[in-house]
Each structure stands twice: as structure tokens, then as C-alpha cells.
Write a protein of this length. Sequence first.
Length: 97
Amino acid sequence: ALFDELQQRGLEPNIITYSALISACEKGGQWEKALKLLDELQHRGLEPTIVTYSSLISACVKGGRWETALELFAELQRRGLEPTIITYSALISACGN
């Protein structure tokens, strides 16, 4: 809706836009959509941030996809990103499932 409207107006979403959308997906329990957004942002040449990954991990945990959450954690480490307390908190939830 809003995202589509931005694109129709010729405004290019940036990593902040994508991270906010992924966070909204996390809150709405839409882990699949969150992962699609990750693919899309990377396809556009944008680099995910630790905020992006933390939201993705949390979305996957809430969706019961703990294996995917752990894979995302490994990916962020390969990219040289530094996990935050929010990242670790989401991971602890993943390991509890």
C-alpha cells in the first residue's frame, strides 16, 4: 500500500524504508514477506544493517522458523555486522523453541 505508493511516485526506497517494512512484518507475524523484502533490497544493491537482520530474526522466530533465524545470524556475522542486545534477545527466543 504505502510502499507501492512510494514507488509509483518515483521515490526509491532505501535501507531505512526496507528495515521499517521488515519490522512491520515482524510485528504482524509475516516472516515470509520479511524474507522477500530482504531478497528485494539486496537485489536493489542495498546492504542490510544490524537493524534489518534483528527484525528478520525476530520475524522468523515468531513464525516458528528458528532454523532460518539461526541462518540469518550466521549471515550477519559473515557480513561483519556486530550483533546488538536486540539481536541476541531474538536468538535466545529462537533457541527456546
